[in-house]
Design a binder for this molecule. Sequence first.
Ligand code: HSE
Length: 311
Amino acid sequence: MWALGRQVTVEVPATSANLGPGFDSLGLALNWYDRSTVTVIEDGFEIVVHGEGADSVPCDQSHLVVATILEALADWGLQVPGLRFEATNTIPHGRGLGSSSAALVAGLLMAWGLAHPHEEVDRVWLLREAFAREGHADNVAPAIHGGFVITWAGAHNDSPDAGHRSRPSQIHSAVSAVALVPGVEVLTTAARSVLPSEVPFSDAVANASRAALLVHAMSQEPSLFLEATSDRLHQVHRAELMPKSIQLVKELRRAGFGALISGAGPTVLVLLDQDQLPGLRRAIAAADPNREFSAHELRPGYRARIIHTCE
Ligand code: HSE
């Protein structure tokens, strides 16, 4: 029997997938998050959204977070009489910062908090459920583990049917990230539809070496970010969908910074040693004189968590 008024509040971070060469495999959680609260009520669904998506997301039980809560509870054979859901969203939608992964992870976490108020979140369950629902493991895994995460499909036999797996990896204390967010959105489905089905062997080799180098740069040598973020697999094919972002990436890389397209775009992410921040600010001012991109100086490391429960 549900206690009316049972309440759970969660925070889930923005994430940047790919990080240049690590297409569909590397991701980074950032200290930029959405916060939401769910409360068990007597009857019906009340949905209140502040900030990003307030005017566009559905206000009934088809809302992605609410639908995820209901589904997860149903998996445990539970049904609620009604729910009030209130969200304060700050992660921009449709910009390659993992907002839909954040919504999904928030729904699962809130379901956990409602059903298991006295138990530590089972992150293995959380990963499994999030992977099963979201096609892009490189967003959900960093949101759940926090920090810098490596994901891969398949187990020892390389069969993709074995599902996604992931491991967090180390981040050097000097690593900073700057997200440059344009006003326009790009749908992930559109960004995936322009990718080729095959790539030249030399491009695959180039990306394999840079992705491996990125793991080293992230943990030990952030001064290598320019070389470690070079990509030949996906960004070039997506250029026509986000020409201004690609232009900004080129200009910042020419100035010596590890700029890349965040996830499926069109946000530009720059990975750097925090000592380089003053220089990056000058380079951004020169490359984007009309301030078409809003700049957010961030730190990696944040992870999804339940911040409050009330029975
Ligand atoms: N790796 C995915 C892509 C991320 O680039 O399509 C989608 O958020």
